[in-house]
Design a protein around this ligand. Structure first.
Ligand code: BTN
Length: 244
């Protein structure tokens, strides 16, 4: 199995791994994990909050050099599914909130920040940053709806064991991609989605509306269908899931 590099503190495991691969060749699937990040980054310039030693903060390295830049969303799907596959072995109710937040019921348990290096029209290295809430009980930032495994299950988890299992689970989905499993992955992603079925409230620049998820395009766009069957297509951050 690929290496796990454990460090105590860094700005961000994504930055640490990005620096490390400048002068070292690491095996695909290798992971950098830390106890604490001083500048943990979330999507869209948000911060990622995590109490020291309580949660998993790690970045995994992949070399998906067969994936075209315009099809890079498949990596998000692979990683989200790997996480959900693992979490659903613990208890049910984990889903992927488009594009790649991991939810338990209506709360967020994990976030993914993927940073790709590019060569010509393809990806070269993918740095997959994951923050998975494990043993933290209280969250102080204004993140809207965080939850941890301990909040859900009522007891502590061994971070090292969870990390090894999550690493295996993500890598298994990546192998499926390598073996030509793109359409299976896309189908499983759709099935694993938060609000996969039924009508819910969404908000875009024109206001709040009721819709159901119609599809997720290969490029990652979310297509919603309103009650009068109008299709509306969104890129990341163009639509908000209204959670009451
Ligand atoms: C999100 O906003 O949902 C994405 C959060 C990603 C957080 C992880 S923690 C490990 C890695 N290093 C970072 O700085 N960010 C990611």
């Amino acid at each position: 199995m690929p290496t796990i590099i454990h460090i105590q503190e860094t700005t961000s495991t994504n930055d640490y791994l990005q620096q490390k691969i400048k002068n070292e060749l690491l095996e695909e699937g290798s992971v950098v994990v830390c106890d604490f990040q001083t500048q943990g980054r979330g999507a869209a310039n948000n911060k990622w909050e995590s109490e020291k030693n309580k949660n998993l903060l790690f970045s995994m390295l992949l070399y998906p050099d067969f994936v075209e830049i315009k099809k890079q969303f498949i990596i998000s799907q692979v990683v989200s599914l790997g996480l959900v596959d693992y979490l659903n072995t613990i208890t049910s109710g984990f889903t992927v909130k488009w594009p790649n937040d991991i939810y338990w019921q209506d709360k967020k348990i994990a976030g993914i920040l993927i940073e790709n290096n590019l060569r010509n029209n393809f990806l070269s290295e993918s740095i997959i940053g994951i923050g998975l809430n494990i043993n933290q009980m209280k969250f102080l930032s204004d993140a809207p709806n965080p939850v941890s495994l301990k909040n859900i299950m009522g007891f502590d988890y061994d971070l090292g064991i969870v990390l090894t299992d999550v690493q295996k689970s993500i890598f298994a989905r990546y192998l499926q991609l390598l073996q030509g499993g793109t359409s299976r992955i896309q189908k499983d992603y759709k099935k694993a989605m938060y609000r996969n079925e039924g009508f819910y409230l969404y908000e875009d620049k024109n206001g709040v509306f009721l819709a159901k998820i119609h599809q997720v395009k290969e490029e990652g766009f979310l297509v919603l269908e309103t009650e009068n069957k109008e299709k509306r297509q969104y890129a990341f951050k163009e639509v908000l899931f209204k959670i009451l």
